[in-house]
Design a protein around this ligand. Structure first.
Ligand code: 9MR
Length: 747
């Protein structure tokens, strides 16, 4: 109802400037209302509705009657097109809304009105009958005159009515200053320190000289004390910090706190139990990521859901998936596997490294001195295959392996033996969207050398690990691995396109030498054959310095080969040197860790935290853990264990990046089905889900609206909209499982 005066003010300001010669104040002068008729005084024009919605004026507002029985939010909507957005400019999007009956959700979106229908900002408040005013600031990532503001109200079983008023999209507003709530300035691992392990904490303070600290038990009695060590300004956070070492205290217990500089830390335990639980929770994560199978509520209370992407409407299904136009003329049954992350895509490259890390978690338990493979035995993960006499972790990994095998181009086709890079929706979908409700067309994307080698590597590794349980499967996997290897040699540079990113991620990579090395290593370790040994030894990757600051990842897979060559028994000439190279890499991560007052083995170049930094930190920990397995030297074990402190709360944001672990933890990860933040009827991610973590490049508009100019560790926000800092992903959780399993073994 309220009329906006911004444009008038702007004109007055400009006139003023012209008359006096004094420049108008930039912030106020540049504020421009981009919506027409947000106040509904006399008409609803130019707002449109989908044909199933009836909208009209009611008491000076727009009211819309929304039908029940639609599937997606966007199936029923009211909106306005031809909205101008200015790249890099802050916009304030505000509106009043009511919903009746109580509790319905409207998805308010600012995006593109034409394909590819990108979303620049979205929010999904739950409306009340009495109504609320909503206001958000975001930065537009584009310049366009084809912007759209839409209120999507579909997806409800019952019919409902929503009314809105005072809708405004104001361009040129000052950027919002976001202040995260970081709680007490004493930063600890909010979960648990091992009784015999390192115990370190970080204090944020202005003080430049040492300060006393006290360790208190749950009853508040001081059980240990000492002095902090001033560390100056920490690059990763920009904070002045001190470190605290209370490793001398070794008594088990719950509810300890650390006190320094008048601040009391969040509580923590000293014990091993949490890691036994985290080892299993981080692995249980995979069952609810499964595609092509109904998730049983008896196995995961609160997470039961219909199967996704079988050929049941509205899904178009993964049982007969065609290629993108022009790519191939066959269809494949690519049902099964895990959804990659918060999207419904399935990608062979990322599926490969994730599967490798789970299989390696198991393989380490078989091989390492402190390994306890019975901790991952049959019946440990509460999955449908529990009680089949196969270790549950192998059952879970097989769910993905079977999918990876299905992605191989069939015999008789021109690229037989290669693996399709990925399969996903033709267009991006919105949130929330249960797997079984995705109406999009699914498509196979061209084969790539990297996908083919991911398949070769993991299928070869599977061949040795499943042999004791299922010889036929092991043989099938090895045949597929050999076929993939030959196909990759014949097509060594088929790279996925960096622009093939509509409806799914690209996972593009223009270097396959690391994947060749990794696949050859796995094929050699399984078969002992000379061809593969020669390939490994002749590969420049075998002696290259591969343990860089960012750690290994889906696109940097050399370490997967190197770590396995170093630990899986073989007669490879030069194996000693390979083992030494891992120890050398670990020495570097130890040095990095010492230089970091927050104690993580991670210091990316120019302090640019990478996408998925949480798992990169864990993967650097894997190198430390492997150096411990190789040498038995406790400094590597302590380094690996200490890396976990950062993940579980000893960080600048004072947050545990693992759902359900630590007093304050990430629990709003970007996901289409753990979308509790958008729809209270849906769950949060299950306990043991790792968040991607700080990402300096903040690619998503939500993070851009809150975190512009953030320093390293601060480039993170626990909001479902922040897909670049706060997604969940199968490769990231694998790093968590690998490290949780190692730490659990060190009790
Ligand atoms: O983890 C991936 C990151 O390393 C890439 O930089 C980014 C852009 O290609 O993609 C990330 O992976 C996403 C994938 O493309 C689609 N599913 C969700 C993944 C996690 O965000």
């Amino acid at each position: 109802m309220k009329r906006r005066r911004t444009i008038l003010l702007t004109l007055t300001a400009l006139l003023g400037a012209a008359l006096t010669g004094v420049p108008a104040q930039p912030a106020a002068a540049d504020e421009v209302e981009q919506l027409k008729n947000g106040t509904f005084d006399t008409t609803t024009a130019p707002w449109w509705t989908t044909t199933n919605v009836t909208a009209g004026l009611s008491g000076g507002q727009l009211c819309a009657d929304v039908p029940g029985g639609t599937t997606n939010r966007w199936d029923a909507a009211v909106g306005q097109n031809d909205v101008t957005l200015k790249k890099g400019e802050s916009h304030r999007f505000s509106f009043k809304a009511t919903g009746s009956p109580e509790g319905h959700v409207v998805r308010a979106v600012v995006g593109l009105q034409v394909a590819p229908y990108d979303t620049y900002f979205e929010v999904s408040p739950q409306l009340s009958v009495s109504g609320n005013t909503y206001s958000y600031t975001f930065t537009s990532p584009v310049d366009t005159t084809e912007g759209q503001v839409a209120f999507q109200a579909g997806g409800s079983a019952d019919a409902w009515r929503f009314c809105m008023d005072d809708i405004s999209l104001l361009g040129g507003v000052p950027p919002e200053v976001y202040q995260p709530d970081t709680g007490p300035r004493v930063r600890v691992n909010q979960v648990a320190y091992l009784p015999s392990g390192p115990k370190n904490a970080t204090l944020v303070t202005d003080a430049t000289s040492k300060l006393p600290w006290q360790l208190k038990n749950a009853a508040g009695a001081t059980v240990d004390h000492g002095w902090t060590v001033p560390r100056g300004v920490d690059v990763s956070s920009g904070q002045n910090v001190h470190s605290i070492d209370f490793g001398e205290y070794r008594r088990q217990g719950k509810g300890f706190t650390l006190v320094a500089d008048g601040e009391t830390s969040r509580p923590f335990d000293i014990g091993t139990g949490a890691y036994q639980k985290l080892r299993l929770d981080s692995l249980k994560y995979y069952y609810t990521q499964r595609s092509g199978i109904a998730i049983r509520d008896d196995l995961r209370p609160g997470y039961g859901r219909a199967a996704g992407h079988l050929d049941v409407a509205p899904n178009q299904g993964d049982a007969h998936v065609p290629c993108q136009p022009g790519v191939c003329d066959y269809t494949l049954d690519v049902t099964g596997g895990w959804y990659d992350a918060g999207d419904h895509g399935k990608y062979v490259v990322n599926g490969g490294i994730a599967t490798w890390e789970l299989l390696s978690t198991y393989e380490r338990e078989l091989l390492a001195r402190t390994g306890e493979s019975e901790k991952l035995r049959d019946g440990t993960l509460a999955i449908p295959e529990s009680a089949n006499k196969v270790p549950d972790i192998l059952d879970e990994a097989r769910w993905e392996l079977e999918f990876l095998l299905k992605m191989q181009v069939p015999d008789g086709q021109p690229l037989a033996g290669m693996a399709h890079h990925k399969i996903h929706d033709a267009q991006w979908t919105g949130l929330p969207l249960l797997p079984g409700d995705d109406p999009q067309k699914r498509e196979l994307h061209p084969p790539s050398t990297q996908a083919t080698l991911n398949l070769a590597a993991t299928a070869a590794q599977a061949a040795r690990l499943y042999r004791p349980y299922d010889r036929a499967f092991a043989a099938k996997a090895l045949t597929a691995a050999r076929k993939a290897w030959s196909a990759a040699l014949a097509h060594p540079a088929m790279y996925a396109s960096a622009s093939d990113g509509t409806g799914g991620g690209t996972y593009d990579d223009t270097n396959a030498t690391d994947e060749f090395y990794w696949a050859a290593a796995e094929l050699y370790l399984t078969t002992g054959e000379k061809e593969f040994a020669d390939y490994v030894r002749n590969s420049p990757v075998n002696t290259a310095d591969i343990f860089g600051p960012l750690g290994f990842d889906w696109g940097r897979t050399a370490a997967a080969g190197r770590l396995d060559l170093a630990t899986v028994p073989s007669k490879l000439p030069g194996r000693g040197k390979i083992r030494q190279s891992v120890v050398k890499g670990a020495d570097r991560y130890l040095a990095t860790q010492k230089s970091q007052p927050y104690g993580m083995p991670y210091a990316p170049d120019d302090n640019v935290y990478d996408w998925g930094s949480s798992h990169q930190i864990l993967n650097n920990g894997v190198v430390l853990a492997t150096a411990y397995d190789i040498t038995g030297a406790s400094k590597y074990r302590d380094g690996a264990v200490q890396g976990m402190d950062y993940i579980l709360g000893r960080n600048a944001l004072n947050i545990s990046y693992v759902t359900g672990y630590g007093e304050v933890n990430s629990h709003n990860q970007h996901s289409r089905w753990y979308a509790h933040e958008l729809d209270p009827k849906l769950p949060n991610p299950p306990p043991g889900t790792l968040a991607g973590g700080p990402n300096s490049s903040i690619q998503d508009p939500y993070a851009q609206s809150k975190l512009q100019g953030c320093v390293g560790q601060f480039c993170y926000i626990d909001d479902i909209q922040s897909w670049s800092t706060n997604e969940t992903a199968i490769n990231w959780n694998a790093a968590l499982a690998r490290m949780a399993s190692f730490v659990a073994d060190q009790g």
